[in-house]
Design a protein around this ligand. Structure first.
Ligand code: S3P
Length: 176
């Protein structure tokens, strides 16, 4: 089995559904945001504060490159990525190299419901949060689509349902 790489907007369920999916498949789960925080020894908002978005993206691309390169030595796993990973063009071939890429597609409404008041997302800091979500989503959707092997609409389902739906779609694509 190849790795499964989850991409999509903040609040699309990459981490929550990803964890469930890994459990269903009995394989490890890795959250790239968490790995980046561990490597940096600080939470993501602090990385943004000290190094700016540019610094964060440099770290993110560096980690992705290492994961893609080390892939041959590791057994299959589910990887959850940060919502902005597709904004660096160099990351697209690396994501594809890392494994089968699934785009978790959600609406701005779902994002607002899930992370509307969450202070841990520096990309949404400040006022006009809903506008920012819409704007970023519009900008990023073509990038997610360009990168994805599989697109799955996630609105309106529970985490458990979406994990099962993801497993089914992976089976249908012959990935399991
Ligand atoms: C970001 C999404 C976050 C995290 C960082 C930047 C983005 O990950 O990587 O705050 O630019 O969309 P999640 O998608 O897990 O929230």
């Amino acid at each position: 089995m190849d790795n499964i790489v989850l991409i999509g907007f903040m609040g699309s369920g990459k981490t929550g559904v990803g964890r469930e999916l890994a459990e269903l498949l009995s394989i490890p789960f890795y959250d790239m945001d968490e790995m980046l925080e561990q490597e940096a020894g600080m939470p993501i908002p602090e990385i943004f504060r000290l190094e700016g978005e540019e610094g964060f993206r440099r770290r993110e691309s560096g980690l992705l490159k290492r994961l893609a390169e080390e892939k041959k030595d590791a057994s299959a796993a589910v990887y959850s990525t940060g919502g902005g990973i597709v904004t660096r063009e160099e990351n697209i071939p690396l994501l594809k190299k890392l494994g089968t890429v699934i785009f978790f597609k959600v609406s701005p409404g779902t994002v607002m419901e899930r992370i509307g008041n969450d202070a841990s997302r520096p990309m949404l800091a400040g006022s006009g949060r809903e506008e920012r979500v819409r704007e970023l989503m519009l900008l990023r959707t073509p990038m997610y689509l360009a990168c994805a092997d599989i697109v799955l609409a996630m609105d309106g389902y529970s985490k458990e349902e979406n994990a099962l739906r993801t497993k089914i779609v992976l089976q249908e694509h012959g990935c399991l």
